[in-house]
Design a protein around this ligand. Structure first.
Ligand SMILES: Cc1cc2nc3c(=O)[nH]c(=O)nc-3n(C[C@H](O)[C@H](O)[C@H](O)COP(=O)(O)OP(=O)(O)OC[C@H]3O[C@@H](n4cnc5c(N)ncnc54)[C@H](O)[C@@H]3O)c2cc1C
Length: 385
C-alpha cells in the first residue's frame, strides 16, 4: 500500500473551535497526526453558549467524514427547528412547527458539539493554554510558531482555525474584518420552561425573531434549558461605549435596554426583563464577501479566519466544519502538501462567497424597512423552491 507522504509532515492547527477540531478528527481518521494549539486554558474555561443548526450539505457532511454523524444525530434536537417571526406589535408573520424526527437542520448546543469532537480526538494532540503570538515564515515553506508561554514549534503546515481575529491571516492578506453596523447584546433567561413557562410556550422549541425599526429581539432555546436572547441594534461601531448602558450592571443595563424597546409588545420585552446573569454586548464584524488570497506554501485559513460573516445565514459553524473536511480530504488525496492546500483553497472560495453574500443580504433585510413582512416573503420563496 502506498503511504501518504503527508503522514510524515508536521501539521499544526491553531484554534480548537468547531473548524480546528473537525480538521484534527478527520485527519486522525486517515492516520495523519496533527497538533492543535488552543489559547483557552481548558475545555471548560469558557462558557460556550448558543445553539447551532447543522446543515446536511456542510456541517453534517463533515461529521459523516469524521465518523461522528450517528453520535451527532443522537444528541441533536430536531424540534429546535421551530421558527416564529413577528414584528414589534406581536403580529405573527411565520409560525413554523418542526417535525420532531425528520427535519434536516437539527440544533445542537455549541458546548455539546465541542464535547462530541473532543471525545473523538486523541487528547495528547491538543495543547490547552497555548496562545499563538506570531507565525514566522521560513525560506523552505515551513513556519516557526511562537506562543505567549515561550513555546516555539516549527511546522510544515500551519492551519489558522483561530476565528474572527486570526493572528495568521496577515501572512496571506492585508484585509481586516470591518464592523457590519450591527451590535447584538446577549442575555439569558435561565431554566425558561420552569421559571417562565409563558415565555417558553410563546417562543416554542426553537428560534423567534421579532424585527421592526432597524432593531430586533431574537430568542433561541438551548438544549440546557436556557433561552439565549439577543437584543440587536443598527448602531455606530462605538455604541457599546457611547450608549451609556452599563453592561457590567445587569439590572440597570436591562432597564436602559428596555427603554430602547419602549413601544414594543410586552410579549417580546419580557425576553429582556426576565433575563438573569451577565449581559454581553457583541459587535458583529465581517470580511469582504468573496475574499481570496495568493496561495503560499505552508499556511492556510479555515472557518471564520478565512471568511468571517454575520450570523444571519446560520452558516458560520457549518462552513468552518465543511472547510475542515475539504482540507483534510485534500491532504489525504494529494502527495504534495502545498498542492493539497491550494486545491482546498480553490474549492472553498466559491461556496463560502455564496454564503457570505447571503449573510450580508439577510442582515440588510432583517434590519431594514418592513423587515418582518420582507423576511416572511423571502422564507416563503425558499420553502417553495
Ligand atoms: C452572536 C453570534 C451568533 C452566532 N450564531 C451562529 C449560528 O446560529 N449558526 C452558525 O453556524 N454560526 C453562528 N455564529 C458564527 C459561528 O460562531 C462561527 O462562524 C464559528 O464559531 C466559526 O468557527 P471557527 O472554528 O472558525 O472559529 P471559532 O469558533 O471562533 O474558534 C476559534 C478558536 O481559536 C482560538 N484562538 C483564537 N486565537 C487564538 C490564538 N492566538 N492562539 C490559540 N488559539 C486561538 C479561540 O479561543 C477559539 O477556540 C454566530 C456568531 C456570533 C458572534
Amino acid at each position: 500500500m502506498m503511504t501518504n507522504r503527508n503522514e510524515q509532515h508536521r501539521i499544526a492547527i491553531i484554534g480548537a473551535g468547531p473548524g480546528g477540531l473537525t480538521l484534527a478528527r478527520i485527519l486522525q481518521e486517515h492516520g495523519v497526526k496533527t497538533v492543535v494549539y488552543e489559547r483557552e486554558a481548558s475545555p471548560i474555561s469558557r462558557q460556550q453558549g448558543g445553539s447551532l443548526d447543522i446543515h446536511p450539505e456542510s456541517g453534517q457532511r463533515a461529521l459523516r467524514e469524521a465518523g461522528l454523524l450517528e453520535q451527532f444525530q443522537a444528541l441533536a434536537r430536531y424540534e429546535g427547528e421551530d421558527f416564529r417571526l413577528l414584528d414589534k406589535t406581536g403580529k405573527v408573520y411565520l409560525d413554523e412547527v418542526a417535525d420532531s424526527k425528520d427535519g434536516n437542520r437539527p440544533e445542537i448546543d455549541r458546548g455539546t458539539l465541542r464535547g462530541l469532537l473532543l471525545n473523538a480526538i486523541d487528547p495528547t494532540c491538543i495543547h490547552w493554554g497555548y496562545n499563538l503570538n506570531e507565525a514566522i515564515p521560513k525560506d523552505n515553506g515551513q513556519h516557526e510558531l511562537h506562543f505567549d508561554n515561550g513555546h516555539v514549534d516549527i511546522v510544515d503546515l500551519v492551519v489558522a482555525a483561530d476565528g474572527a481575529f486570526s493572528r495568521i491571516r496577515t501572512l496571506l492578506t492585508d484585509v481586516v474584518p470591518t464592523y457590519t453596523g450591527l451590535s447584538m447584546v446577549e442575555l439569558y433567561v435561565n431554566n425558561v420552561a420552569v421559571e417562565h413557562p409563558e415565555i417558553a410556550a410563546f417562543n416554542r422549541r426553537g428560534k423567534l425573531f421579532a424585527l421592526s425599526d432597524h432593531k430586533g429581539i431574537l430568542g433561541q432555546l438551548n438544549g440546557d434549558g436556557r433561552l439565549c436572547v439577543y437584543a440587536a441594534f443598527r448602531v455606530e461601531q462605538d455604541w457599546v461605549e457611547t450608549s451609556g448602558i452599563p453592561f457590567d450592571q445587569p439590572e440597570e443595563a436591562k432597564y436602559q435596554l428596555l427603554k430602547l424597546f419602549g413601544d414594543w409588545d410586552e410579549s417580546l420585552t419580557t425576553y429582556i426583563s426576565s433575563a438573569t446573569g451577565p449581559i454581553v454586548p457583541r459587535r458583529i464584524y465581517m470580511l469582504p464577501v468573496g475574499l481570496t488570497w495568493t496561495h503560499k506554501p505552508g499556511v492556510t485559513l479555515i472557518g471564520d479566519a478565512a471568511h468571517l460573516m454575520s450570523p444571519f445565514a446560520g452558516e458560520g459553524v457549518n462552513l468552518a466544519m465543511l472547510d475542515a473536511a475539504e482540507l483534510a480530504l485534500s491532504i489525504v488525496a494529494h502527495q504534495d502538501l502545498s498542492a493539497a492546500v491550494q486545491a482546498y483553497e480553490e474549492k472553498m472560495y466559491p461556496y463560502t462567497a455564496e454564503s457570505a453574500k447571503m449573510s450580508d443580504d439577510n442582515l440588510a433585510l432583517c434590519f431594514g424597512e418592513d423587515a418582518a413582512p420582507k423576511l416572511m416573503e423571502l422564507m416563503n420563496q425558499y420553502h417553495d423552491q
